[in-house]
Design a protein around this ligand. Structure first.
Ligand code: AMP
Length: 283
């Protein structure tokens, strides 16, 4: 595996790969890698392509009171994991390389980014759309792989890929969970031991809500009761518990087509997100 920090060196390498007829698969990350990230890498390795993983903690997607400075950056351990997994190139630019003085552009995907995490984290998805556009232009991948863990992000990035004619094959990877159901996340490292024990209430309350919804329970009541369960179990505030159309993210108050249940809630100082498929016609 070659680790690259400068855009000029990345371009030299990708030009060579393309000249030899090779395809490129990109896995964008912010590092602090866990099995969820590594499942994306595994998918990338199945694509018969040169695998590039990027690690960049993107300042533009963090709000002023968020955890940009505290975000874990175990660079050596991450690099060792990726090398061991057969990654070809690690693209790890500095903030100055990505956003030089005078950088002035922002990419905004309308509508899909307005609700859910977009409402709770103003500007977050503009930061995501901007960095992913840059990564797409820097790497020019044929394939890009993102996790369903960030369902709203994936919907926004599919739209971005369409609207800006990147022409990239976008692959969504299933959510990897711990044995108690908690979705793996770099931010789980913030949880204290007692918070980590409480955290499994998040997946448990969501799977209970999915079962109730699929059994025909009233949508608004089910969402309200899931929210109340979380608060009673020590979470709070709960940013949202919503059932939305899986593709458009429009809120749904009837389960008349495939839906997605999305949640964001705080446990102590840690913000956790998760989502589940909800299928109609199960009764
Ligand atoms: P991050 O480093 O948190 O920006 O995540 C990088 C990529 O890994 C994103 O596409 C995430 O959706 C994905 N990812 C994060 N956690 C998981 C997980 N538990 N299962 C699957 N994909 C994940």
């Amino acid at each position: 595996m070659q680790t690259i920090h400068r855009l000029s060196a990345l371009r030299d390498r990708t030009r060579l790969i393309r000249a030899q007829g090779g395809r490129i698969a990109l896995v964008p990350t912010m590092g602090a890698l866990h099995d969820g990230h590594m499942s994306l890498v595994d998918l990338a390795r199945q694509q018969d392509a040169h695998v590039i993983v990027s690690i960049f903690v993107n300042p533009k997607q963090f709000g002023p009171n968020e955890d940009f400075d505290a975000y874990p950056r175990p660079a050596d351990a991450d690099a060792a994991l990726l090398a061991g997994a057969g990654v070809d190139t690690l693209w790890m630019p500095s903030v100055a390389e990505v956003y030089p003085d005078g950088f002035a552009t922002s990419v905004m995907v309308a509508r899909l980014g307005d609700g859910l995490c977009g409402a709770a984290r103003p500007g977050h998805f503009d930061g995501v759309a901007t960095i992913v556009s840059k990564l797409f232009n820097q790497v020019r991948p044929d394939i890009a792989i993102f996790g369903e863990k960030d369902w709203q992000q994936l919907a926004i990035l599919r739209q971005l890929n369409l609207d800006l004619d990147f022409g990239i094959e976008m692959i969504g990877a299933p959510i990897r969970r711990d044995s108690d159901g908690l979705a793996l996340s770099s931010r789980n490292a913030y949880l204290s031991e007692s918070e980590r024990a409480l955290a499994s209430l998040l997946p448990h309350s969501m799977t209970a809500a999915v079962a109730a919804l699929e059994a025909g329970a009233d949508v608004a009541e089910t969402l309200q009761s899931a929210r109340a369960t979380l608060i009673a179990g020590g979470f709070g505030p709960v940013d949202y518990v919503e059932m939305v159309d899986a593709a458009t993210l429009e809120p749904m108050n009837m389960l008349d087509r495939e839906a997605r249940l999305l949640v964001a809630a705080r446990l102590g100082k840690t913000r956790l997100i998760d989502n589940y498929k909800v299928m109609p016609g199960q009764v």
